[in-house]
Structures are given as C-alpha cells and as structure tokens.
Design a protein around this ligand. Structure first.
Ligand code: PLP
Length: 382
C-alpha cells in the first residue's frame, strides 16, 4: 500500500465535469453580461422550461436555494399554519427548515434501515386529522417508491411535496423525480448532481395555479409590479446561475449514468465485505438511482469502528463524509419539537453507522478498486 499512498481520491471532483465545457460556460456567462438581464432574465426562463420538461413537469420556478424551494413551494401548494407535514428524521436539515419556514408543523418519521428512505408504515402511524402533506426525500439520489407514495397519499388524503434536492433526473417505476407529487423542490448547490456556481434552487409543478403563486412568492409576493397579493420574499435563481445550468443540463443524464456505473462497481466489489459488517445502502431502483452519494454502513459486525475506518482511509488518501451525523430530531435548534433519543431508532443507528465514499462523475474503475481494496485490507487485516 505504500506504493499507492500518494494517490489522492477526493470526495468530490467537479473540475472533471467543468473542463470539457469550459468554453461554453464562459460564453454563457458573457452573453448574460452582454444582455444585462441579471434578474429574471432570458437564460432563467430557458432553464426553467428545460429542467421542467426534462423532469416530466409543466412549470419550473427558479429560486435562490433548495431550502427556499421547499419553504416557498409548500406555501404555493397551500400548506401553512396548523398543517402537519410528515418528513423523514434522517434528512439534511434544510427539509425541516423548509417545513418550518412555511409555518407548518413538522412531524418526523423514521426510515427504512436498508434504503435509508422514509418508512411509509411509520408515516401511517403518525397520521392525525391535521396531517396535510408528506415531504418524501429522495435521499442519496434514490427515489422513494412512487407507487407506494401515491397509494399512501391517496389513502390518507395527503399532498405530496418531493424533496428532490439530491435526485435530479432520478427514476423509479417509470417516474422521474419531481413528477410524482403536487410539486417538488430541487437544489443547484455546487456539489449536487446538477450544480451551479453558487446557490440556486427550483420548484417544479404541473398545476398552473401553483406555478402562478410560486412566481409571486419568489418575487416580493407581487403577481404584477408593485401590487402585493402575497407576503412574499426576494428569492430568485440568478440569471447567471441559470446560464451555467443551461450549459450543464444536457450533460446531466451522462453524469448520472457515470455515477450509477461507479456505484455498481462499488456494489460488486464490496459484496465480500458483507460478512465483515460493511453493508452498502440498498439500491431498489436499479439504473434509476443517480447516486448523489454512495453510502455504506459500518455495522456492529465490523471489527473496526467508523471513525477508525474514516481515519485510515484518509491516511491512504481517500476522503469520506457522513451524511448526516445527527438526525433532525436530536438537533439542538429543534428541541422544541419535543423528540428524544430513541424516538427514531433506525435513523439514530444509521447516523452512527454511515460513511459516504468518494462519488462523482468520472470516478474511475481504478479509483473505485483502490477505495475498496484499501477498505478490505483494513477490515480483513485486523
Ligand atoms: C441540499 C439539500 C437541500 C437544500 O438545498 P440548498 O440549496 O442547500 O438550500 C434540501 N434537501 C436536501 C435533501 C438536500 O440535500
């Protein structure tokens, strides 16, 4: 291993995706500067249309971030004060922030330990007469089963609002992420599968009325200039960011495919490590999983603990992450929700076990082999 110790495998490497399209990116930026339509400009309208069409939605409304997409999107769907909204306990905090900002009441739900996706049986038990919506998170790039979601929502008369911030063009059962629910939120944070050169987000929907409301909410609550029908915000996706995203969008499917390919290689190579307690999060959606993250579990059956594994991988030049180390219900800011340790055992155990391995389009077979070989030598050697 000394020979290869100088090999560096970053957690994410975006330069690989930018290099081949650098000239187009420069050109796109210059054309916005030339037009000068920096706010709600032409490139934004083009990107909104293109991303909605690619995702099987009618309308796309660009906003300043994925967090705003959840907060404003829920409001555009009519969700607000007094409404209980179901969401997973093991998500990035922005899902919860969005529900909170819409002034709805967040009701957290545990996850399935194998897929880390929201457990709809657990969600069923959390239903009350006030439950109005569910925010399924297509975590790590894998969609929550659309057929099960739709059945669950119909049986309980709930609105579905997808958090698709990690799932641009993910597919399952013939559905594309963002086309299942009443509306869906996306993030274009730089490291997402489709990333801008800064913050950005979008809400997708099929309903013209929701789109209309959303357009008003992101633009000072004004359906027309200087007339304020809604208590709105200033939250628009910059035209410059949209111009970049327009250049990147045609490459997204290929990038996602590259991630999925690297993931199948990880899956195959990691198979023998199951006996040693290293278990990948399950893919139940085949090539439709876009692997925003590739996540393994370091379970009790593993002879090494997670921290040691991460430290030793780092020593070998391999960067890893944890997505996410603390479940939402145990975050200090949300103590007021009244949850305790033990309320969502699957989420709590996963938070202790998970490690995200390097994953990005262009991650080579050699690199995947090096990561798994290193992991093997650690676990089997002890
Ligand atoms: C990134 C992310 C968000 C928030 O997006 P921002 O653009 O960072 O505000 C929301 N939900 C999930 C699941 C995310 O991964």
């Amino acid at each position: 291993m000394n020979q290869t110790a100088s090999v560096k495998i970053p957690f994410v490497d975006l330069s690989q995706q930018h290099q081949p399209i650098q000239a187009q990116l420069d050109e796109a930026l210059h054309s916005v500067v030339k037009r000068g339509d920096f706010v709600l400009g032409k490139a934004l309208a083009e990107f909104e249309q293109a991303f909605a069409a690619a995702s099987g939605a009618e309308y796309g409304i660009g906003v300043a971030s994925g967090t705003d997409a959840i907060a404003l999107g829920l409001r555009a769907c009519g969700i607000g004060e007094g409404d209980e909204v179901l969401l997973p306990a093991n998500t990035f905090i922005a899902t919860l922030i969005g529900v909170n900002e819409a002034r709805a009441t967040p009701i957290l739900v545990d996850c399935d330990p194998d897929t880390a996706l929201i457990d709809l049986n657990a969600a069923q038990k959390a239903i009350t007469p006030k439950t109005k919506a569910i925010v399924p998170v297509h975590l790590y790039g894998q969609m929550v089963s659309p057929s099960q979601l739709l059945e669950f929502a119909e049986a309980n008369n709930l609105l579905i609002f997808e958090d698709a911030a990690q799932a641009h063009l993910a597919q399952r059962e013939g559905y594309i992420a963002g086309s299942v629910g009443k509306a869906a939120a996306f993030s274009f944070y730089p490291s997402k599968n489709l990333g801008a050169f800064g913050d950005g987000g979008m809400v997708l929907m099929k309903d013209a009325e929701v789109a209309q409301k959303m357009r008003s909410l992101r633009n000072y609550g004004a359906p027309r200039k200087y007339f304020h029908a809604d208590i709105g915000r200033n939250s628009r996706l910059d035209t410059l960011q949209a111009a970049i995203l327009n250049v990147k969008l045609p490459h997204l499917a290929g990038w996602n495919q590259s991630r999925n390919l690297a993931a199948s290689e990880y899956d195959k190579l990691l198979e023998p490590l199951k006996d040693m307690g290293i278990i990948p999060i399950q893919n139940q959606s085949g090539t439709g999983h876009i692997y925003h993250l590739y996540v393994i579990r370091v379970t009790d059956a593993c002879p090494l603990d997670r921290q040691t594994i991460q430290d030793k991988l780092a020593g070998a030049g391999i960067d890893t992450g944890i997505h996410y180390p603390i479940p939402c219900h145990l975050q200090p800011a949300y103590a007021y929700l009244g949850y305790r340790v033990g309320d969502f055992p699957n989420s709590e155990i996963l938070c202790e076990e998970i490690v995200s391995l390097p994953m990005y389009p262009g991650l080579s077979s050699e690199q995947v082999n090096f990561v798994v070989d290193t992991l093997k030598s650690l676990v089997i050697g002890c």
